[in-house]
Design a protein around this ligand. Structure first.
Ligand code: HEC
Ligand code: HEC
Length: 445
């Protein structure tokens, strides 16, 4: 949780020296920044740059708990279910309502609006299959079990297992049966029943015979597995940063033309002095871990405990990797079996979000607490104390000897450096003309 790569630490000091000199050249008063051609990168910096390139992104990991995830028929069924508003109580909410393909698969709102209002910010879906934990707090351990959460959530789709089974039977039966075999008989079932729903739905659920309950839950799980198959096909488009990094690594003189000077300085800060890359690392710019960074809670009276409140949920989830609807053998569920759950650092910790395309999706943080990227960067510099738990930005690693990588100083940036770092995010925008997700751009909500 609080381990900082020694290389990053070293780069931090190197970059501090370099950038002190660079900031002197900043008094340009709004004139367009020249290209970054003159910027030189050390061998260590080049290694970090390479690690951020989309070209280094490995294929999305295989999920042993979902055997249909690679089948084209599952992808197609999943795409249809993702866009199907019949899977909601009011017939108006689909996954795509909050994960709009035209808006990087999110909704642009501070907290989401389904059949009711939620308490957290919608997350973009592209790349979600790379991490072991889903949601801001990681309360799900696979994409398919994640998809089941919003369906039965009272403020999102607000539907339930019997309704979902009826929609599948009425509108997706052929595709479903081709993948998963015959649908169970649904005759005589209550219209609304679920172990998660309202008191009435829970009573109705308990009254259903155990074997039929199992059948309904299996249909429900299969809906999640098809949706996950679709989600796993979604890809990031390369950005200017990727083109720049590859050109720098090739020693291509044209590299300089790809980034403006302020953007390149921001990049140097990101991987160096500002220490961002210690958590926002790899091609997706996320370590997929949970950190408390002292983001102010939306509701001060009831601060969100984040990861600390989620580990019991994922362990108790009937749709987890070890559960009866998983296709995995127990030994394939390493993440869940060895999950960290008693570390005080999980209190108030949230999943590090990926940063590709981030400039195009304000507001920021788990409940949209910040309207602009400048506010985000200033938050890291201010490093306030956390409302729950301890912020890693203010908290030095206990027992770390002076000078070791585990000890990390505060992030100090001048106003000019804050501005450079903010400009850097523009290099992470995908070219709107390149769409690696065929078919989604024109999908209606
Ligand atoms: C009402 C809006 C809403 C709807 C409808 C909705 N989501 Fe979400 N989605 C959210 C919010 C909000 C979060 C973050 C919630 C949290 O962390 O507690 C989220 C998180 C996710 C994540 C986690 C991404 C990650 O990186 O961890 C995935 C995947 C996802 N949703 C897929 C879906 C699918 C599939 C559906 C349809 C079955 C769906 N969502 C329906 C709002 C919505
Ligand atoms: C200790 C790990 C850590 C470090 C260091 C770190 N971040 Fe973050 N970052 C996170 C976490 C965790 C979140 C989500 C926090 C939340 O919502 O409560 C986040 C959120 C963000 C977001 C919002 C993204 C979104 O989609 O809402 C941006 C932008 C961001 N960080 C940029 C940076 C920059 C720039 C730096 C360097 C100055 C940095 N981060 C340093 C862990 C870190």
């Amino acid at each position: 949780m609080r381990r900082w790569s020694s290389m990053v630490w070293m780069l931090g000091s190197a970059a501090a020296a370099c950038c002190a000199a660079l900031t002197v050249t900043l008094a340009h008063g709004g004139a367009p920044e020249p290209a970054a051609g003159a910027l030189r990168w050390s061998a260590e910096e080049k290694a970090v740059l390479a690690s951020l390139s989309l070209q280094r992104l490995p294929p999305v990991p295989v999920d042993p708990s979902n055997t249909v995830e690679r089948l084209p028929a599952a992808v197609e069924l999943g795409r249809r279910l993702f866009n199907d508003a019949r899977l909601s109580r009011n017939g108006a909410v689909s996954c795509a309502s909050c994960h709009d393909p035209a808006q990087q698969f999110q909704d642009g709102l501070p907290v989401s609006q389904g059949v009711g209002t939620g308490t957290r910010r919608a997350m973009p879906i592209v790349g979600a299959g790379y991490g072991p934990w889903l949601f801001w707090d990681g309360r799900k351990d696979s994409l398919w079990s994640q998809a089941l959460g919003p369906l039965e959530d009272a403020v999102e789709h607000g539907t339930n297992r019997t309704r979902v089974a009826h929609v599948v039977q009425g509108h997706h039966r052929q595709r479903y049966e081709a993948l998963f075999g015959a649908m169970p008989q649904l005759g005589g079932l209550p219209a609304d029943a679920s172990p998660q729903g309202s008191a009435a739905e829970q009573v109705a659920w308990a009254a259903i015979e155990a074997r039929r309950r199992q059948d309904l839950s299996r249909v429900f799980a299969n809906v999640g597995k098809a949706i996950a198959a679709y989600e796993k096909t979604l890809q990031h488009a390369p950005t200017r940063l990727d083109a720049y990094v590859e050109a720098v690594l090739r020693g291509d003189a044209a590299a300089g033309g790809l980034l403006r000077r302020d953007e390149a300085r921001g990049l140097r800060l990101f991987i160096g002095k500002a220490q961002c890359v210690s958590c926002h690392n790899g091609p997706l710019m996320s370590d997929q871990q949970f950190h408390n960074t002292g983001v102010p809670p939306r509701d001060v009276a009831r601060p969100d405990r984040g990861r600390a409140a989620a580990t019991a949920k994922v362990l108790g989830d009937e749709f987890n990797c070890l559960g009866p609807f998983s296709d995995a053998r127990p030994e394939q569920c390493q993440e869940l079996r060895f999950m960290l759950s008693d570390d005080p650092a999980l209190e108030g910790a949230f999943k590090t979000p990926g940063l590709r395309g981030v400039a195009g999706r304000p507001p920021y943080m788990h409940a949209g607490q910040f309207a602009t990227l400048e506010q985000v960067v200033r938050h890291y510099v201010a490093a306030p104390h956390a409302a729950v738990g301890h912020s890693e930005l203010t908290h030095r690693h206990a027992g770390a000897a002076a000078g070791t990588h585990a000890e990390r100083g505060p992030i100090t940036l001048t106003d000019a450096e804050v501005a450079d770092l903010v400009r850097f995010f523009d290099t992470l925008n995908a070219d709107p003309k390149s769409n690696p997700n065929p078919g989604v751009a024109h999908e209606r909500r």
